[in-house]
Design a protein around this ligand. Structure first.
Ligand SMILES: C[S@@+](CC[C@H](N)C(=O)[O-])C[C@H]1O[C@@H](n2cnc3c(N)ncnc32)[C@H](O)[C@@H]1O
Length: 243
């Protein structure tokens, strides 16, 4: 009996020590590296631990939520779609199944997420849909990878929630090159009265931040958050189109 209790304590102690070592390692990552470098390494580690939880968890619910939302808002199988920050395909697997062959592209800065996504495509018998899954090598949002291409639907689900103002501005500055007049870009964000960083990789923005960027780069925004009430942590969703 004493032996069992002792070994239980030892195991708990070992786990606590490895958890605090892991936390320390993550903290150091963000202190020592460029933000996106650190964030992608962090995501890689999270994907290794649990590919479904790594990108925010609620795998089934959040996958269905984003899919149902885009379909309700006009996504058709013939549309060409870009999933920006597609992660491990929580939503992507639904879009791939629904869209016509070759119409889904996903890009992410985490090579482990893309690796897992490719495995999932195979496991879910979606290879014949020929999704294009890309690792963003430069970790920027200037969309040079898609030079000369136009997408009908673009999505950034739970991506701006983890990005700094300069990254979001880079996205607004360049995304117009891969959109036509009736393309739609939906993105989600966490709302606050003032910009604030809430954790190592958590950011909140006022709607006015996006409005001023939209003005600067020639877009119109519409708040669709009323249609996204079921988001479990209350993320807002915005539709962006060219002016
Ligand atoms: C919280 S996850 C959401 C993933 C996916 N959209 C979903 O809803 O399941 C955010 C993802 O965005 C990716 N990401 C962040 N910044 C990015 C960037 N600049 N370019 C491409 N991917 C990015 C992260 O690596 C991560 O996989």
């Amino acid at each position: 009996m004493r032996k069992t209790i002792l070994s239980l304590f030892k195991r708990i102690f070992k786990r606590l020590r490895s958890t605090s070592k892991y936390k320390e390692h993550i903290k150091k990552l963000y202190e020592e590296k460029d933000y996106l470098e650190a964030y992608s390494e962090h995501t890689n580690l999270r994907v290794e631990r649990s590919p479904h939880k790594a990108i925010g968890g609620r795998w089934e619910m959040m996958g269905n939520l984003q899919f149902d939302f885009l379909v309700k808002n006009g996504l058709k199988p013939q549309h060409i779609m870009l999933d920006i920050g597609c992660g491990t395909l929580r939503g992507g697997r639904h879009f791939i199944r629904y869209l016509n062959t070759g119409n889904y592209s996903g890009i992410d800065i985490s090579h482990k997420a893309i690796e897992y996504g490719k495995q999932l495509v195979q496991e879910e018998s979606l290879l014949d849909k020929h999704p294009r899954l890309l690792v963003s090598k430069n970790k920027d949002l200037n969309f040079a990878e898609f030079d000369g291409e136009i997408f009908d639907y673009l999505l950034a689900q739970s991506v701006f929630t983890h990005l700094k103002p300069e990254h979001i501005e880079e996205c607004f500055q360049h995304i117009g090159h891969i959109m036509k007049l009736d393309s739609v870009f939906f993105f989600t964000f966490n709302k606050a009265f003032k910009f604030k960083q809430t954790s190592l990789k958590g950011f909140r923005y006022p709607f006015s931040f996006f409005e001023s960027l939209a003005d600067r780069y020639g877009f119109r925004l519409e708040d669709y958050s009323n249609e996204y009430k079921h988001h479990p942590t209350g993320q807002h969703v915005v539709k962006m189109i060219k002016k």
